[in-house]
Design a binder for this molecule. Sequence first.
Ligand code: HEC
Length: 105
Amino acid sequence: MKGRVLRFSSFSAIILAASVAACADNSAGAKIFQREKCMDCHTMKGRGGAVGPNLTTVGARRNSAYIREQIRNPSSQNPNTAMPSFKDLSEQDMDKLVEYLSNRK
Ligand code: HEC
């Protein structure tokens, strides 16, 4: 019995460590997402606002071209959009942000 309890708790510890690692996203794109305050309007992995769609799995429904256009020129996809344009982002930051979001599947 003792052995079984022990095995169970080390298994839980592995699961816990894996989920903490998955949440702690320190990629450049994730940092830009935070810096630009996208989460004022969008939820990412359970945190953020609800003005716009939840972006946790946005890469599963939108391709990178769509995501890039949405960030640069949101009114081209919806003339009445509440989302501001982020066209002043550098090309490099835009690439990292788009890559980050395209990989959210
Ligand atoms: C003021 C609120 C607001 C902010 C800030 C905002 N968005 Fe949005 N976003 C929206 C809304 C509303 C939509 C829904 C589509 C539309 O109406 O344009 C949207 C749509 C999107 C979509 C398309 C999602 C889909 O499923 O079609 C992406 C991608 C996106 N936003 C990324 C971003 C990123 C990246 C940032 C930060 C750089 C950001 N948004 C900041 C409001 C916002």
